[in-house]
Design a protein. Structure first.
Lengths: 467, 633
C-alpha cells in the first residue's frame, strides 16, 4: 500500500532508559519493520520474527562486521498490542553509556531511524492507544520525582481526570442545550429552566472547577515538590533543626551568630512528597555586603516558600506574639509552623504540645522540638506534610497536574463567573449562552474534544526521546 | 420574457442555465443567473405555481428572518416579494437579545404567488417553460442538457434542480395515501430514477402541513388577537417602507379534550402505523408528535392565520397532522372559537425523495456531475427561506461557472446561509433541515440588523445589487461610525444624568461619565439618553434619530461591544483552522490511525481544511488530532 504523503510508519529507535544509570538499559524499536530490522543484528536461538508477542528472547547483538556488541534480551510486542500500537522490540542490554549507545547505533545501522522527542508516544496517540490527556500524563510520569507525583500521573494515565472533566463539560453542554432550545423556540413559549435553576447549575459546575483548580497547587506539590524555608532569629537553632531533619551534618553548625551566610538546600521525602528544605541565613541588620546578600536571599526564600518553619528559641522567647514579631515586615506564605526549639533544656511541663493558632490571620501550627535530642521531629515532619496537603481532598480523587489544564480550568471559571453575572443582571440569554459555551470549549480543550494545532504542538514537545 | 409552449420533439434550444422548478429556490436561482447575464430557462409544471406558499402563508421567523435579510442583501428577491405582499409584520423574540430578533410577516398567499410570478415573467434573459423534466443528459461527467416530458431536448451548460417535494412524492392522510407532491398536484418520478442511475444517493424524508379552515366558520371573538408591529419593519434593506394595510392574527389553544380525540386517532396515523418511512422534522412537529413528546403539557398554542385580506381560508398554524380527516375535524372543533369550524382541507403529510447533500460542494454543485446544482427541499431542507437561500447560491454559482469566474462561497462567520450550506454538506441530514440561531456559532455577529453590512458589497460585486443601494449602505455605515465615536467622546455631568439613571433603577454617578460607558449598563437603553441636551447638541448623535437602522446598530454594537469582540476573536481562531489546508489528493483511506468510520466518511466528503473536518458528523476529536499530527509531519 502507498504511504500517505508525509505520514510514514518507518521504524524508529531510541534509548528508553536514563543514560548511565542502572545495571541494564533498554533500547526501544518501533515501526512496521521493527522486528525484521532487529533480526538483522540479533543472533538468538530463534529469529524474533518467529517469536510470539510478549515473549523475551536471549541472544547477542552483532554489528555489521559480525562483532559482538552485547548480550541482550529482546522482547517482542506485536501490533496492536504494544505501547505504540505498532510492532515493537525492546532490547535490554548492559547499562553503561558506551554499551547502550553502541546497541542503539547497531539498530540504527540496521535501518531504524533515531526517534525524535515524544515520537513513541505520538505514535501511541496516533494509533489510538492513548488519548491526549493520557499522552500528557506520560510526559509528567517520566518527569515525576516522587511516589505521589507518580501516583497522580498514573491516575491521569488511567483517564480519571479526563472522565471528571468530561462530566462537567457534559453538564455545561446540557445547560447550553436547554438555553438554546428556549431561544430557538421562544415563540412557542417553552420555559424549560427558571433563572434560579440556571444559576444553580452554573454554580454547581463552577464550584467543582474551583476544587480542581485548587488541586493544581497540590498537584504541583506532588510533581515538583514543596519548598520549606527554615527561618528564625540568629542562633535559634535553624541549622541544627535543618540538619536534624536531614539526619546528616550538612550545614556548618557553630554557636557564633551569622555563620550561615548562604542558604543551603536539601531534598527530603515526607509521606512520599518531595520537600526542598532551605536553611536560611539569619535576618540581622548588617553592614557586611556578603551577609546582606544572604539576608536578601532569605527574604525571597521566605516569600516564595510553600511552608515557612519559624524556629524560636524556647529558652529565650516567651510568647507566640514575640516569636512572630520576627516576621513583621516580611512577606510570608500562608502556611506557617512555629518550631519551639531547645525544649530539651526546659521542664517537661512547659513544653508546648502541637497546637493550631491563628496569628495575624495566618494559621500557624506550633510544636515543641529539640534538634539536639530529636524530640518532636516526627511531629514537625507530619505538620509540614499536612499543611501542604490540607484543605484538599484531591477534588474527588483527581488532581490537576499540568499547567495547561490549570489555565484552561481557570478560564472556564472566568467564563462561568461572567455567565452568572449575566443571569443576575438579566443579560439576554444568547450572551449567557456564549459564556457557557466558551467555558465548555475550554474544558473540551483539556481532554482533546477540541484540538487546536498549538495544543498538540505543546504536548508532543514536552517529551524526552525514548518515550 | 418568453413563455415557451411548443411541443416539438427535436427542439434544441440552448441555454446557459436551466432551472427546474419555480418554487422559492427556483425563483432565486433563475433570477440570479439571468441577472448575471446568463441565458436562463426555468421549467415549471404550472405557471400559477410560481412562488406558491405550499405550507404556511408567512415568510421569516426565528433565524429564517435572518436568511431573508441575507438573501436580500445579496440581491435576492424573497424579501422584496414578502414586503410587497405582507399583511402582518412582527419582529419576533423581542424579549430576547438582538442576535435572536427575527423579522417575520404573514402574507396574502395568492398575492405572494402572483407577485413572484410577475417578477419572474418580466425578467430579461429568463424564459419560463411550462413542462417537466424526465431526463438529464450527461457526457464525460458534465451536464449537457435535459429532456422534458413534452419530448423537448434542451441543451444547457448548467442545470439547477429545485424540484422541492415533488420527487416520488406520496401524500398521506390517515390510512389514505395518494401520489402527489402537493395538494392536487402531480408527482415527478422519472427524474429521481434517472439521478439514481447517475449514482446519486437518494433518501426519503417527510414533511407535513396543517388543515385549512373556513374563515367565516370561526368565532374570532373567543380567541386572543395578535397585533402586528407599528410601524411594520420591512425585510428588504432597499425598502421604502410597508404601505399595505396590516391585519391582526388570532391565538387559541388546544385542551385535554382535543388531546383525547387526537390520541384515539393515533392507531390511524400513518406515522404510528409505520406507513410513513421518511423522517419528519423534529422542530416543525405535527400535533401528534407534540402530544407524544410533551405528554405533560395540557395545552399547545395554535395560531389562526387568515391566508389573505379576502381569503376565505385560515391556516391553522401548529396543528400539522396526518391523522384521518374526520379525527382532525373533531379535534379542531374543541378549540376555543372553533366549535363550528368547517375544515376546507385536512392536514396531510408528504413523503418525498431527497438527495443527501454530502454529495454537493459548497457551491451546491454536485461532486458527481459537473454543472449540476441542487437547491432547496431536494437537499433535505425544510422551509421557503432555506430553499430560497440555496437557490440564490446555486444560481449565482451556476452563472459564475459559465462565466469561468471564482465560485461564490459564504463561510460560517459571514452568514447564516454559509452556516446552513456548510452544515448540509458536512453533517448531512436525516430529518428536514431547518435553520436555527443556535446553528450559527458566531450568531452575535450574524444579526439580521447587519446583514447589509455583511453581504451587500458581495451582492454588488456579483452584479445583483445596484450602485444606489450600496451608496445608501455606505451612508448608513458612516452614521453608525460617527454615532459610536460621538457616544464615546460625549461626557455628561452627574446632575444631567442621575435622574435618568434612577428612573431606570441604575446606580447614579459621582463623576462625569461618557455616554458609551452608561449605555453599557444593562438597564440603560439608547432611547433613554436621547433626551439629554448633550445628546441633542451633538450633530452625529442627532443624526441617529433620523435613521432607525443606524440607531439600532449603534445601540447594539456599543452595548455588547465586549461580547462582539470576543466573537471576533473566535472567528479568527476559526479562520486559522480553516487555513490548515488538506491537499485535494490527500489519501484519507490510507491513514490507518483514523477510525474506520472516519476514513470512509472523510474519503467520501473530501474536506479541504481541518476546520471542515471538525464539522463533519461522526468525526471525533481524536480523528482530528490524528489528521493534525499527520499533516504536520
Amino acid at each position: 500500500m502507498d504511504k500517505v504523503k508525509g505520514y510514514d510508519e518507518d521504524t524508529i529507535a531510541a534509548i528508553a532508559t536514563p543514560l548511565g544509570e542502572g545495571a541494564i538499559a533498554v533500547v526501544r524499536v518501533s515501526g512496521t519493520a521493527a522486528i525484521t530490522t532487529t533480526d538483522k543484528v540479533f543472533r538468538g536461538k530463534r529469529r524474533l520474527a518467529d517469536t510470539p508477542s510478549h515473549t523475551a528472547r536471549y541472544g547477542v547483538l552483532v554489528d555489521e562486521d559480525g562483532n559482538h556488541v552485547d548480550e541482550v534480551v529482546a522482547t517482542v510486542f506485536r501490533s496492536p498490542n504494544s505501547y505504540t500500537g505498532e510492532d515493537s522490540v525492546e532490547i535490554s542490554c548492559h547499562g553503561g553509556v558506551f554499551v547502550t549507545r553502541k546497541v542503539l547505533q547497531t539498530v540504527l545501522a540496521a535501518g531504524a531511524r533515531q526517534a525524535s522527542p515524544g515520537e513513541f508516544t505520538k505514535r501511541a496517540f496516533l494509533n489510538g492507544r492513548i488519548d491526549l490527556s493520557q499522552a500528557e500524563a506520560v510526559a509528567l510520569l517520566i518527569a515525576s520525582r516522587s511516589e505521589a507525583a507518580h501516583r497522580a500521573s498514573l491516575s491521569h494515565l488511567e483517564g480519571k481526570f479526563s472522565h471528571r472533566i468530561r462530566q462537567l463539560k457534559s453538564d455545561l453542554v446540557n445547560l447550553s442545550s436547554m438555553l438554546e432550545l428556549e431561544l430557538d423556540f421562544s415563540e412557542e413559549g417553552l420555559d424549560l429552566l427558571s433563572r434560579s435553576e440556571v444559576v444553580r447549575r452554573i454554580e454547581h459546575v463552577r464550584s467543582h472547577l474551583h476544587e480542581m483548580a485548587d488541586s493544581y497547587r497540590l498537584g504541583r506539590v506532588y510533581r515538583d515538590g514543596a519548598s520549606v524555608a527554615i527561618a528564625g532569629k540568629p542562633n535559634a537553632g535553624k541549622s541544627s533543626l535543618f540538619n536534624a531533619l536531614l539526619r546528616e551534618n550538612r550545614a556548618i553548625v557553630t554557636p557564633i551568630p551569622g555563620t550561615t551566610r548562604d542558604t543551603l538546600e536539601e531534598n527530603i521525602l515526607i509521606n512520599g512528597i518531595l520537600f526542598r528544605l532551605s536553611d536560611t541565613a539569619g535576618l540581622r541588620e548588617t553592614d557586611d555586603p556578603v551577609e546582606q546578600e544572604g539576608v536578601n536571599r532569605t527574604k525571597e526564600l521566605i516569600r516564595r516558600a510553600d511552608v515557612l518553619v519559624l524556629v524560636a528559641d524556647a529558652t529565650a522567647v516567651v510568647s507566640t506574639e514575640d516569636a512572630v514579631e520576627f516576621l513583621s515586615g516580611l512577606e510570608i506564605p500562608q502556611r506557617l509552623v512555629i518550631a519551639w526549639n531547645k525544649v530539651d533544656l526546659l521542664d517537661y511541663a512547659t513544653r508546648i504540645p502541637l497546637a493550631q493558632n491563628r496569628v495575624d490571620g495566618i494559621s500557624a501550627v506550633e510544636i515543641s522540638v529539640s534538634a539536639k535530642t530529636g524530640y518532636g521531629l516526627d511531629g514537625l515532619r507530619m505538620a509540614i506534610a499536612e499543611l501542604v496537603t490540607e484543605g484538599n481532598n484531591e477534588a474527588g480523587g483527581v488532581q490537576v497536574i499540568s499547567s495547561r489544564h490549570h489555565q484552561a480550568i481557570l478560564k472556564a471559571i472566568d467564563c462561568l463567573t461572567n455567565a452568572l453575572a449575566g443571569v443576575n443582571e438579566g443579560r439576554p440569554s444568547e450572551f449567557v449562552a456564549l459564556d457557557i459555551r466558551e467555558a465548555s470549549n475550554s474544558l473540551a480543550e483539556i481532554i482533546g474534544d477540541v484540538t487546536s494545532d498549538e495544543v498538540l504542538n505543546n504536548i508532543f514537545q514536552n517529551f524526552c526521546i525514548g518515550k | 420574457m418568453t413563455i415557451s409552449r411548443e411541443t416539438g420533439s427535436t427542439n434544441r434550444a440552448a441555454f446557459d442555465v436551466i432551472v427546474i422548478g419555480a418554487g422559492h429556490a427556483g425563483i432565486e436561482a433563475s433570477l440570479a443567473a439571468s441577472r448575471m447575464g446568463c441565458a436562463t430557462a426555468v421549467v415549471t409544471m404550472d405557471v400559477n405555481a410560481i412562488g406558491r406558499m405550499s405550507c404556511n402563508p408567512a415568510v421569516g421567523g426565528s433565524a429564517k428572518g435572518h436568511l431573508v435579510r441575507e438573501i436580500d442583501a445579496l440581491g435576492g428577491e424573497m424579501g422584496k416579494i414578502a414586503d410587497a405582499t405582507g399583511i402582518h409584520f412582527r419582529m419576533l423574540n423581542k424579549s430576547k437579545g438582538p442576535a435572536i430578533w427575527s423579522p417575520r410577516c404573514q402574507n396574502d398567499r395568492e398575492w405572494y404567488s402572483r407577485e413572484a410570478a410577475r417578477r419572474v415573467l418580466r425578467q430579461e434573459n429568463l424564459t419560463v417553460m411550462i413542462d417537466s423534466i424526465v431526463d438529464v443528459a450527461v457526457e464525460n461527467g458534465k451536464v449537457e442538457g435535459i429532456q422534458t416530458s413534452a419530448g423537448k431536448r434542451l441543451a444547457c451548460r448548467a442545470l439547477v434542480i429545485c424540484s422541492g417535494t415533488f420527487l416520488n412524492a406520496i401524500m398521506h392522510t390517515g390510512r389514505r395515501s395518494s401520489v402527489g407532491g402537493r395538494y392536487n398536484e402531480p408527482s415527478a418520478t422519472e427524474l429521481s430514477h434517472r439521478l439514481q442511475r447517475l449514482r446519486f444517493q437518494v433518501g426519503r424524508l417527510k414533511t407535513g402541513t396543517p388543515p385549512r379552515v373556513a374563515r367565516r366558520s370561526i368565532d374570532f371573538g373567543a380567541t386572543e388577537m395578535q397585533f402586528p408591529d407599528t410601524p411594520p419593519i420591512p425585510f428588504s434593506h432597499q425598502s421604502q417602507g410597508i404601505r399595505n394595510e396590516q391585519i391582526p392574527m388570532f391565538l387559541t389553544f388546544t385542551n385535554e379534550q382535543t388531546h383525547a380525540i387526537l390520541r384515539e386517532g393515533f392507531d390511524e396515523s400513518p406515522m404510528f402505523t409505520g406507513r410513513i418511512k421518511g423522517v419528519g422534522p423534529r422542530y416543525c412537529p405535527s400535533i401528534e408528535d407534540k402530544l407524544n413528546r410533551f405528554a405533560e403539557r395540557d395545552r399547545h398554542q395554535i395560531f389562526l392565520e387568515p391566508e389573505g385580506y379576502e381569503s376565505e381560508i385560515v391556516y391553522v398554524n401548529g396543528f400539522s397532522s396526518s391523522l384521518p380527516s374526520e379525527v382532525q375535524e373533531r379535534a379542531l372543533r374543541t378549540l376555543p372559537g372553533m366549535k363550528n369550524a368547517v375544515m376546507l382541507r385536512p392536514g396531510y403529510a408528504v413523503e418525498y425523495d431527497f438527495f443527501p447533500p454530502h454529495q454537493l460542494e459548497h457551491t451546491l454543485e454536485s461532486k458527481i456531475v459537473r454543472g449540476l446544482f441542487f437547491a432547496g427541499q431536494v437537499n433535505g431542507t425544510s422551509g421557503y427561506e432555506e430553499a430560497a437561500a440555496q437557490g440564490l447560491v446555486a444560481g449565482i454559482n451556476a452563472a459564475l461557472r459559465i462565466k469561468q469566474e471564482e465560485p461564490f462561497i459564504l463561510h460560517r462567520n459571514e452568514a447564516y446561509i454559509g452556516v446552513m450550506i456548510d452544515d448540509l454538506i458536512n453533517k448531512g441530514t436525516d430529518e428536514p433541515y431547518r435553520i436555527f440561531t443556535s446553528r450559527a456559532e458566531y450568531r452575535l455577529l450574524l444579526r439580521q440588523d447587519n446583514a447589509d453590512s455583511r453581504l451587500m458589497r458581495k451582492g454588488y460585486s456579483l452584479g445583483l445589487i445596484g450602485r444606489y443601494a450600496l451608496e445608501r449602505l455606505e451612508e448608513k455605515e458612516r452614521r453608525i461610525e460617527q454615532g459610536k465615536r460621538a457616544l464615546a467622546s460625549t461626557t455628561v455631568l452627574p446632575q444631567a444624568i442621575n435622574q435618568v439613571l434612577s428612573a431606570v433603577g441604575s446606580q447614579s454617578i459621582a463623576e462625569p461619565a461618557s455616554l458609551d460607558q452608561l449605555l453599557k449598563r444593562p438597564e440603560v437603553t439608547l432611547s433613554k439618553l436621547t433626551h439629554l441636551d448633550d445628546f441633542r447638541e451633538e450633530p452625529a448623535l442627532r443624526e441617529l434619530l433620523e435613521d432607525r437602522e443606524a440607531f439600532e446598530r449603534v445601540e447594539i454594537e456599543v452595548k455588547y461591544e465586549g461580547y462582539l469582540k470576543r466573537q471576533e476573536e473566535e472567528v479568527k481562531r476559526f479562520q486559522r483552522e480553516e487555513s490548515i489546508e488538506i491537499p485535494p489528493d490527500f489519501g484519507f483511506e490510507r491513514v490507518m490511525a483514523l477510525s474506520k468510520e472516519a476514513r470512509e466518511k472523510l474519503a467520501r466528503i473530501k474536506p479541504r481544511s481541518i476546520g471542515q473536518v471538525s464539522r463533519i458528523s461522526g468525526i471525533t476529536p481524536a480523528d482530528i488530532s490524528v489528521l493534525l499530527v499527520t499533516l504536520r509531519k
